[in-house]
Design a protein around this ligand. Sequence first.
Ligand SMILES: Cc1cc2nc3c(=O)[nH]c(=O)nc-3n(C[C@H](O)[C@H](O)[C@H](O)COP(=O)(O)OP(=O)(O)OC[C@H]3O[C@@H](n4cnc5c(N)ncnc54)[C@H](O)[C@@H]3O)c2cc1C
Length: 400
Amino acid sequence: MKKKIIVVGGGAAGFFCAANLDEKKYEVKILEQNSDVLQKVKISGGGRCNVTHACFDPRDLVKFYPRGNKELLSVFSKFQPGDTMEWFANRNVPLKIENDNRIFPESNSSQSIINCFKKEIQEKNFEIVTKTTVREIQKTENQYLVKTNIGEFIADYIIYTTGSSPKSLKILENLGHKTVPAVPSLFTFNIHDELLNELPGTSFEWAEVSIPKLKIEESGPLLITHWGLSGPAILKISAWKARELFDLNYQFEIKVNFSAETIEDAEIIFAEFKQQHPKKTIGQSKIFNVTQRFWNQLLAVSRINPEKQVAQISQKEMRSLLDQLCRKTFKVEGKSTFKDEFVTAGGVELKEINFKNMSSKILENFYIAGEVLNIDAVTGGFNFQACWSEAWLMAEDLNG
Ligand SMILES: Cc1cc2nc3c(=O)[nH]c(=O)nc-3n(C[C@H](O)[C@H](O)[C@H](O)COP(=O)(O)OP(=O)(O)OC[C@H]3O[C@@H](n4cnc5c(N)ncnc54)[C@H](O)[C@@H]3O)c2cc1C
């Protein structure tokens, strides 16, 4: 007789686990509350699904996970982005690496990933049960009783992959698990400042951002939006300090260096330019690697006439200009969602999970993976990679 597995939640982690389970050993049902499965995969990566990231050394890979980095090292040493690429390629879904190392399906469509998963599940004769909300799970002597809106299911094993909704965490708490309260991660900063006004869409190749109060610094590309600042440098810092920024109610100061230069180097560069081009107007002298529109705005907020010759720029004016460029302080007043990509920090306490196989240390024959755990990553395909790797370990353990 085949053993019964109930997968609670038809998302990335649940499907990847089911797709790797041995159909000769198990009868598998995926219970999903929505009318369709894999809805987050569908909208992920702007509809292209950023499946993973071209970072193939587990020690480097874990550095992208503000929560879970220690625990994931052993997980990634067993299944990492190279394995993900191979897994999909073997199923006729080739993936491609883009210039920034993000990995997408060659088709540029998340539907290829969804079709692939659904095909695997169908070929294994596993069942997908939609519009089925798991409300409670009870442990019986050797099995689990899964109570839903459409009735009860019996399971020998539970794969718990519900994502991070408070209700799904409550079910685990009722079974004895501890959870860390969920707070948002990966968001952009709301800022009202004349330097940023009228410049949405302006990007910077490399900027440095710090939050002095939290003693954290990040660097990377930066983007001015309608609401303030975004881009990898901001998203990274929002993820690393997700909990502290929540405690500050998203009211804090940040310092930004829009150029890759220190203020001291910027002064030298400015002085050299002044010597070489004294007669040029400052408006035409975009000395640093920023857009002309941003340069004009820097001059405007520093109250410098763009028609003034570089030689006539006073020491005070230069200081004011370089302060805006290299060490501008902004007041952040709130946050916004990044391209609808909301990820939460928080979830099941990691010390209650056995990371050799993602099993619960509290409940026998019970596995937990994906965003329901207190694990999350910066943007770039890392959140899915954690799902694939964890799900693969669960399936390996069950397949024996
Ligand atoms: C807009 C957006 C874009 C994203 N893009 C990317 C990207 O490109 N790359 C990347 O790496 N990450 C991305 N992410 C993050 C990524 O989608 C998540 O990390 C990932 O989906 C988590 O997978 P999961 O299986 O743990 O949970 P989910 O994908 O959330 O799946 C959980 C499933 O369980 C179901 N469920 C919950 N509770 C119950 C219940 N009680 N009974 C039955 N069913 C239940 C839910 O309806 C859901 O279908 C994105 C997130 C968003 C919101």
